[in-house]
Write a protein of this length. Structure first.
Length: 384
């Protein structure tokens, strides 16, 4: 649950929330509400299908149609790499706000920390504990700033159902940043690797998937309110790191350092989640943990090298990554919906809930439409 939630609540999540709140104000509440509803539909179906089947998404895809799993793996690997470059850039922004380090230096140090986590013995247990602790740190500090900034809650609630502005690219980017690309598979693959699978675990799988989205939704709403309060108070936020400026406005120098901790924790856990899940798509359950860990380390190093070479502004990378994953999302989700609808044999004869399938199909159609509508905006984001 926390691996999925902290993978979603990454630097892209924070950057997107800040940027879009500044852009459309309280109307952003509508985009958040739509994205959370779609997140529920997607997450519950993905976790239920993979958990009951007891297979990772790439393995399930290859069972349905030989070779399909590798196509899905290639798409997720590409999306995961783009997102992880953004995550690594986010660690640099975090160390800059927290310690005043130059972002590239902070990114290198943070990657060394992430690599150490994968190379130590009992990495799985350490991974679980680290993401839980950092997840609570992020939520607690953000709630503090949200209360301090005194946001216009009433206006936000009104705009959530009667928005002044509806932006398709923003909604797609939010969905992509929380359940797009590799993110929706992060917790599900962790459950599969831990052996918490089969029809007998369907109830616990469902609870975990719902809790993951609830944690993500709370964090999104609280962060939105924190930024909205600052914007409503008339703060001028810079383009390079608007979220840091917002926290500094709300709580002074202490707020800036707190933001650095939040952003770095979000970025580091996202580097861990993105690397773990992306590599899980190019390996199988038969791959030894040692081999998987070394592949993960190689993936982190490659993403770090690309970040250092690209020279793209971290904020641009973080928003672009979410939009790209939003476009990739319906491709993998097509497999999930098909297995739930037509391949009961792969679910060990489990009777799939009809209501959940209907909700999944509706979400699938919506993500298809959003993805097509957002393709043009993807180029604009990259050129921004």
């Amino acid at each position: 649950m926390f691996l999925m939630a902290t993978s979603a609540v990454g630097p892209g999540f924070i950057t997107q929330t800040t940027s879009f709140t500044v852009q459309i104000g309280a109307a952003f509440a509508f985009a958040i509400l739509v994205s959370i509803l779609v997140d529920f539909a997607v997450q519950m179906n993905v976790w239920r299908v993979l958990g009951v089947a007891g297979m990772r998404a790439n393995e399930l895809a290859n069972t349905v149609l030989p070779g399909l799993g590798w196509v899905l793996a290639a798409l997720v690997f590409f999306g995961g790499a783009v997102f992880n470059i953004g995550n690594i850039s986010g660690t640099g922004l975090g160390t800059d706000a927290m310690l005043g380090l130059e972002p590239r230096t902070g990114a290198v140090i943070s990657c060394v920390v992430a690599i150490a986590i994968f190379l130590i013995k009992r990495a799985g247990a350490a991974l679980d504990r680290i993401v839980v602790v950092l997840g609570f740190v992020m939520i607690g500090l953000t709630i503090y700033v949200a209360v301090t900034s005194s946001p216009p809650v009433g206006e936000a609630m009104t705009q959530a159902v009667l928005p002044d502005t509806i932006d398709v690219v923003i909604i797609t980017t939010l969905i992509g940043g929380t359940v797009g690309g590799y993110i929706t598979y992060a917790g599900a693959h962790r459950l599969v690797d831990a052996g918490q699978t089969g029809p007998e675990h369907a109830s616990s799988i469902a609870r975990s998937s719902v809790m993951g989205i609830i944690v993500t939704g709370i964090m999104r709403a609280v962060l939105f309110l924190a930024i909205l309060g600052v914007v409503h108070a008339g703060a001028a936020l810079g383009e390079d790191n608007a979220a840091a400026d917002a926290f500094q406005f709300a709580a002074g120098e202490v707020g800036l350092r707190m933001f650095g901790i939040i952003f770095w924790a979000a970025a580091l856990t996202s580097v861990i989640g993105a690397s773990y899940t992306t590599v899980s798509f190019i390996t199988t359950q038969k791959t030894t943990p040692r081999t998987r860990n070394f592949l993960t380390v190689g993936f982190i190093i490659a993403c770090l090298a690309l970040f250092l070479l690209l020279g793209k502004a971290p904020t641009t990378l973080l928003i672009f990554a979410g939009a790209l994953n939003g476009i990739i999302l319906p491709i993998g989700f097509t497999l999930i919906v098909y297995v739930a609808w037509r391949r009961r044999d792969l679910l060990h004869r489990y009777k799939y809930p009809a209501w959940l399938l209907i909700v999944g199909v509706l979400a699938w159609l919506l993500t298809l439409w959003l993805g097509v509508e957002s393709i043009g905006g993807l180029q604009d984001l990259w050129n921004a």
